[in-house]
Design a protein around this ligand. Structure first.
Ligand code: MN
Length: 346
């Protein structure tokens, strides 16, 4: 399979559904605004966008759903003013007068779950699931059941702490006709358009359901502290990939991928200050045990001391850095890399 086919496993329309669903759940209205415009440009109809964001109230709550519908309304207004004619799409067909929501919903729920599901612990919730979610909402035919599961899986991937439901809906998506290849294409899409944490949650669920290899890592939220650009200027002094985001006042935010660290080095005639702001990592001075870096950890590195800093093996890490007590002739002296043995035995 060539790269072109790999990219097209999910249709552009389904990619749009997945991304807007995850951003709805994340509550990222700015990102959603951009993603909605992109989705509409890529063939998603207004009816489908509206339906996806409406369905999600059952998974993310009315506050998220109504905010997202408000953003959709704003996007449509702006596009209309700009002369863009969005495809309204097809409304859902009316249901037959004798439609039995509970009966039909029970059948759909059984198909999705793979077996009859009766939530006897909370009978009212059992009724909501059958009659309302799978009865009323899933009966609307302006989205297919497979589309709806792409929407649900992507949204739950953006909800911290809902991993059991995410795993259940990855199974449900397969039972509703979403292919394994489509499911496997989702994490990279979410990583690029929504965030690393969302992608990592979904990779964890795919490992459980499909047995895909995946080593979980602790992520950081780049919408809080920016990832910046690949740190190419200093790459020769680093093991692994790091990223640099210049901040104001001579402060830089450095992002380390899991396992990434800089070489042993010395700051001459200046004191380096590190402020860990996200993830988990290490700071080590030559001949001393390493100190763990957690958000809020502040390290002052004395001038002339040989040391390194970097991420833990299983976590991204971000620290701010600046120099103080800078004297004339201040410089950095880069030394040998921190070997795997030194890193693992730190
Ligand atoms: Mn340093």
């Amino acid at each position: 399979m060539n790269a072109q086919n790999m990219e097209n496993v999910l249709t552009p329309r389904r990619q749009g559904l997945a991304v807007i669903a995850a951003l709805e759940a994340k509550g990222d209205q700015d990102g959603l605004q951009t993603a909605l415009a992109g989705a509409l440009d890529n063939g998603l109809t207004v009816s489908e966008a509206k339906e996806a964001l409406s369905q999600l109230y059952a998974y993310t709550g009315f506050p998220r759903s109504l905010n997202a519908l408000g953003t959709l309304q704003k996007v449509l207004d702006q596009r209309k003013k700009a002369g863009i004619q969005d495809n309204p799409g097809k409304e859902a067909d009316p249901l037959p007068a004798d439609y039995d929501a509970r009966k039909q919903g029970t059948a759909i729920q059984t198909q999705l779950t793979g077996k009859p599901f009766n939530y006897t612990f909370a009978p009212a919730t059992d009724y909501y699931l059958k009659a309302h979610l799978f009865g009323d909402i899933f009966a609307r035919n302006n989205l297919s059941h497979a589309d709806r599961e792409i929407v649900t899986v992507s949204a739950i991937a953006a909800l911290p702490g809902c991993e059991p439901q995410l795993t259940a809906h990855v199974s449900g998506a397969r039972n509703m006709g979403v292919t394994d290849a489509e499911l496997r294409a989702l994490p990279a899409l979410l990583e690029g358009k929504v965030g690393l944490a969302e992608a990592e949650r979904l990779r964890g669920a795919l490992k459980t359901v499909l047995g895909d290899a995946h080593t979980p890592v602790q992520t950081v939220d780049f919408s809080v502290w920016p990832k910046g650009q690949p740190n190419t200027a200093y790459a020769q002094y680093f093991t692994g990939n790091s990223y640099l985001a210049p901040m104001e006042g001579g402060v830089a935010n450095v992002t380390f991928e899991p396992g990434c660290r800089n070489n042993w080095h010395i700051h001459h005639k200046q004191v380096q200050v590190l402020i860990c702001v996200a993830g988990r990592g290490w700071y080590q001075e030559w001949g001393k045990p390493a100190v763990q870096l957690l958000p809020g950890t502040i390290i002052e590195i004395p001038e002339g001391v040989k040391h390194w800093h970097g991420a833990a093996a299983d976590s991204w890490m971000q620290h701010l850095t600046f120099h103080k007590d800078v004297q004339d002739g201040a410089s950095n002296e880069w030394l040998e890399p921190v070997s795997d043995r030194q890193y693992n035995e730190r």
